[in-house]
Design a protein around this ligand. Sequence first.
Ligand code: TRP
Length: 452
Amino acid sequence: MSQEKRSSFTGKIGFVLAAAGSAVGLGNIWRFPYLAAKYGGGIFLLVYILLAVTFGFALMIAEIAIGRKTGLSAIGAFKLLNKKFSFLGWLAAIIPAIILPYYSVIGGWVAKYLWSFISGGAFQTANDTYFGNFISQTGEPISWFILFIGITALIVLCGVEKGIEKVSKIMMPVLVVLSLFIAIYSVCLPGASEGVKYYLLPDFSRFSATTVLAALGQLFYSMSLAMGIMITYGSYMKKEVSLEASVTQIEIFDTGIAFLAGMMIIPAVFVFSGGTPEALGKGPSLMFVTLPKVFESMTGGTVVGALFFILVFFAALTSSISLMETVVSIVCDKCKVKRGVSCLIVFIFSVALGLLSTLGYGIWSEVKIIGLQFLDFFDFISNSVLMPVVAFFTSIFVGYVIKPKTIADEVEISGKFKRKALFEVVIKYLAPVCIILILVSSVLDAFGIFKI
Ligand code: TRP
């Protein structure tokens, strides 16, 4: 791994766009709005933004700096810096393997909706029961899931990353413009103001440890943190590009798209389904149930909807490609197999895990693990348990083993480190203490042992 000459991004824009391309995906458009709706709207948004500028900032700086300093990806990087911490690289590497299968299940749902919009069945999707009926079948969701992960595997196998990167540079700006347009339309719908208030004004009585944990999990997920991705990206980064400025831009980009997605969806929930806790707590199905209604009410909604789902499909595909690429390259390195074989292993493993997630909404809906369906369970384990654990150890590692100065020195190669004091406080004290408290309380909560 370390012997080969590392390719590097051409400059700052190249780096920021590539990292933002990895960050922006279903996490922003599908996951963020349903969590925000479920966990109290404004209070979730506020907690999320506060966490992004403190935890998110500190962790992303640390991960990218570790990558740039060592020139290695997670497993090698932790090992090089301190042998005792090589377990951390491994722990981080398991996470994308858990996310990829269920990510592709959702990707399959997006593909199905895209197809409905293109093939003239757009407005059936606006029917209340459409989504529930679709995911509870057996054959259809499985076919779409396998199609999605099959396309991902093919692209990873051919390694046409260059083409994908070029296309995403065009698609991403289009996605921003379209999101802005749909969000403005949503906000202007009659009756939307209640939803806008719910989304923007925090209600402090809804604050709890679970809100913070959900927001923290979402932050890691959305910014591709705590799973070694940003370490790998950092290892491709040139020394003269400003680390701090890049991190700020990636965060603004990622949070901006998530914010807009909430603006598209949450006011529309109030308009079409009322702001009942039931409608707001829909979870993973929220985007699929609410957005088609927005498109149905819009002149030219079929075209706008089709365009929208093409872009979401694309954002999901670029993310699933990098998720799979991460897993495939680890299997290649560690099992000493060829790329093709590794792709096949990862494909089979993901189909098996993904099948649990699809069937969990259909014939196996009775099967629950700690009260969760398979998809929600995988999501919970990766985002609410493993990622906080990795983030905790990373902050201990940086704060007390290699010391914040190592990171600060790396950042200062490319300019002044303006928020150095903030970085130190967060990584040494705030992050470890808060993550442990939140993690313990929420895991106990999930098992029903202790309620906050
Ligand atoms: N951040 C991506 C999103 O918001 C999902 C994701 C998580 C991801 N981890 C990743 C993408 C690693 C690529 C690589 O949807």
